[in-house]
Design a protein around this ligand. Structure first.
Ligand code: UDP
Length: 334
């Protein structure tokens, strides 16, 4: 029996495939390579190139492979873009998940681990954020993730498909052994942008606002190492395999760091000059997001081991230093 990883060529999905293969699982990957990289797919995974909205393609994969459970990463995930093009997000994220659930129901696959987001909460009314606070997304991306969660809830009632929804906080870092890492185009995330600046690929990092109600005025986020994050997916699959009921878990580190602290730490880790400039606030950025991951600790037995920001930045830096052009080896770095 195989585990199907949708979006297994993307940043988070590819790290999941590597860890699943480390633990000797059979893995089938589906990816449309819209934002993923062929080079990021583990060579031992069985790869189908196609789109999860294409029901005939999905039926072909489900009828060819013997799929036991699904981990679903395939989604568009840029907050800013989701505000400009919400329908693209509803189509790919929500409709794509609808087709996936339809095919799971047809082929009697009853377990899914789903990549959700802290963006489902919006501006939280209390910190740290627990799973029971109200969900009020402030952007279309977060709304699609919440809608996907709700769709799964009804599919459980109707078809008995159990799900674990994992609400990620700020995922960063790279696989320790260095084969894969983060490579987005365009890049919008803080840590890769800081490291591209350290490499001299950008002249500076722009700090989006320093007048927030935080100690140094810059936004505070909760960073979680990609390897720890993926380990939670493996525990979530084990939980579903042990008849666990559908559930939602935050994945963070229970600690927050400001944008300025992240830049300062990156200067120490890389030992490079990282010029910064002050810019405007970015629309839709909440001032502080810190997870409580107590629930994942208690129920899934998830205990992150790599959650110092030095470690997260160090592993991301190793990847950037060795792969300054990401997966595109042909581009010269002159
Ligand atoms: N940020 C920044 N400059 C950048 C990119 C991000 O100041 O070039 C800030 C952003 O405003 C937020 C934090 O860094 O407060 C983390 O942003 P990111 O896009 O990495 O993740 P998000 O919190 O949006 O999921």
């Amino acid at each position: 029996m195989s585990i199907l990883v949708l979006g297994g060529a993307g940043y988070i999905g590819s790290h999941a495939v590597y860890q699943l293969i480390d633990q000797k699982s059979d893995v089938v990957v589906i990816d449309n390579l819209q934002t993923g990289h062929r080079e990021a797919i583990h060579p031992e995974a069985k790869f189908y190139e196609g789109d999860c909205r294409d029901i005939e393609f999905m039926r072909k994969v489900f009828s060819t492979e013997s799929i036991d459970s699904v981990i679903h990463f395939a989604a568009n995930s840029l907050v800013g873009e989701s505000m400009q093009e919400p329908l693209k997000y509803f189509d790919n994220n929500v409709h794509g998940t609808q087709v996936l659930l339809q095919v799971m129901q047809e082929y009697d696959v009853k377990k899914i681990v789903f990549s959700s987001s802290a963006a489902t909460y919006g501006e939280p009314n209390s910190i740290p954020i627990t799973e029971d606070i109200p969900t009020n997304p402030t952007n279309a991306y977060g709304e699609t993730k919440l809608t996907m969660e709700k769709m799964m809830k009804w599919c459980e009632q109707a078809y008995g498909i159990r799900h674990v929804s994992l609400r990620y906080f700020n995922v960063a870092g790279a696989r320790e052994s260095g084969e894969i890492g983060e490579d987005h185009s365009p890049e919008t995330h803080l840590i890769p942008i800081i490291l591209e600046t350290a490499l001299g690929q950008r002249s500076h990092i722009t700090v989006f606002g320093d007048d927030y109600d935080t100690p140094d005025g810059t936004c505070i986020r909760d960073y979680v190492h990609i390897e720890d994050l993926i380990h939670a997916h493996i525990l979530a699959l084990a939980y579903l395999n042990n008849s666990g009921k559908s559930n939602i878990f935050n994945l963070g580190s229970n600690q927050g760091f400001s944008v300025k602290e992240m830049i300062e730490t990156a200067r120490k880790v890389t030992n490079r000059v990282i010029p910064e400039k002050l810019g405007e606030r970015r629309a839709g950025d909440p001032s502080i997001l810190i997870a409580s991951s107590e629930k994942a600790a208690t129920i899934l037995n998830w205990h992150p081991t790599k959650n110092s920001i030095e470690k997260i930045i160090q592993d991301a830096w190793n990847w950037h230093l060795n792969n300054p052009n990401g997966f595109n080896k042909d581009v010269s770095n002159e």
